[in-house]
Design a protein around this ligand. Sequence first.
Ligand SMILES: *[C@@H]1O[C@H](CO)[C@@H](O)[C@H](O)[C@H]1NC(C)=O
Ligand SMILES: *[C@@H]1O[C@H](CO)[C@@H](O)[C@H](O)[C@H]1NC(C)=O
Ligand SMILES: *[C@@H]1O[C@H](CO)[C@@H](O)[C@H](O)[C@H]1NC(C)=O
Ligand SMILES: *[C@@H]1O[C@H](CO)[C@@H](O)[C@H](O)[C@H]1NC(C)=O
Ligand SMILES: *[C@@H]1O[C@H](CO)[C@@H](O)[C@H](O)[C@H]1NC(C)=O
Length: 417
Amino acid sequence: MKSSLLAILGGASSALAAVRGFNYASQGQDYNGFASQFKTAASLAGASDFTSARLYTMIQEGTTNTPIDAIQAAIDTNTTLLLGLWASVDQSTFDNEITALKSAIQQYGSSFADLVVGISVGSEDLYRISPTGIAAGSGVGQSPDTLVNYIGQVRDTIKGTSLGTKPVGHVDTWNVFVNDTNSKVISNCDFLGLDEYPYYQTTDTNSIDNSSFLFFQAYDRVSAVAQGKPIWVTESGWPTTGPTSNLAVASVDDAETFWQGVACALENRGINFWWYILADEGASPSFGVSSNGKPLYNLACNSTAGYTSTSSASSSTATASKNGTATASHGSGSGSGSATLSTVTASGAAGAGPSGAVPAGATGSSGAGAGGATATQNGGATGTNGATHSTFTGAATKAQGSMAGLAIGALFAALVL
Ligand SMILES: *[C@@H]1O[C@H](CO)[C@@H](O)[C@H](O)[C@H]1NC(C)=O
Ligand SMILES: *[C@@H]1O[C@H](CO)[C@@H](O)[C@H](O)[C@H]1NC(C)=O
Ligand SMILES: *[C@@H]1O[C@H](CO)[C@@H](O)[C@H](O)[C@H]1NC(C)=O
Ligand SMILES: *[C@@H]1O[C@H](CO)[C@@H](O)[C@H](O)[C@H]1NC(C)=O
Ligand SMILES: *[C@@H]1O[C@H](CO)[C@@H](O)[C@H](O)[C@H]1NC(C)=O
């Protein structure tokens, strides 16, 4: 078999149709509250494609196990959903989350299922039992074993239903994902949700100038242990008002700088993300990007905006399968940035592999990426189960496409047929 292939791209964000949105708390919200926020997010100047909502619980506030009103509001406003089940609770309370999930599936059918991007079991549960979380008095958490058990319960619940094919994952902070004791949670996830705030990294040089570096350093560290699972950014943000946090100063200017550095890089790399937060008037620190429906700073991202690292020594692994689904993840080290144009061709002679033809070797080279990212690849590729695994320098991010594949990143991988 012969291979060839790949990728392109410029204007990657539209090509990849990554999901973008905000986080929405359940407290104090009903149908009208959710619907009005979803409409605001969908028409926010500069960010009008922020049409996804990440939720923390399936349960409507004030009820025992009634599905959260955000679901009907999402259906009525065409808002996609990253569902959440609150997992830092005992089995009998978690049963209420499961009941609400089951009821939502029965009650709303495909109009609901069509909007679901994924399901997160828990949010920062492992952080709260980590030494940092305990020192910060962050509250009740959950053990890795129980999370694995709860993830299994959610998989059993959705099996054979309209949500049966939806990815199930877990949201946490970078430092707990790299803690080996928690790796069993990663193995049981289809995706990892990363919450990452340089503002709170008070033992690092967390001035705004270094904030994008810290963010992507954390992202890359999680990539290195992600077992090939996609990493979605489930929370990040920078406050416009509030206390100084080590070297991080809350200000509108710095929040805009962080948005341009991080949100725009995620957008241009085609990574799913849910920003924290649409609006939180009166909170301190206040992370809201808008007030009364108006952005507090420029939320528009052009195709070259966003952080690009200049550091080297990274390796990324990409796999591409016959069915045209490609995934890629960073190896250790930090990547070389968000290229918006990248062309890789690869070819390989067929060789024997565990289940069919695999390439004996593949070579490719990338074109120059925007933001100064250049890379070439001369990688030997080995494959298993019909997939190639190419190792190369540079940053690769999730790619999806047809057989031709689509890639964004400094470089990309080969698809072998
Ligand atoms: C809902 O939004 C999606 C994009 O997320 C779009 O493709 C689709 O046409 C929209 N549907 C309606 C009914 O507006
Ligand atoms: C590693 O994870 C385990 C389980 O979540 C936790 O008990 C332990 O404190 C963590 N260790 C560190 C250094 O964070
Ligand atoms: C960025 O932060 C890291 C981690 O704290 C630190 O080692 C590095 O020196 C910082 N870089 C700059 C330019 O401040
Ligand atoms: C793109 O956005 C970045 C960051 O805001 C800015 O520095 C740059 O000038 C913009 N480029 C264009 C062509 O508008
Ligand atoms: C595509 O291939 C991957 C890797 O072999 C596999 O995990 C996935 O289930 C396949 N998807 C479909 C829709 O066949």
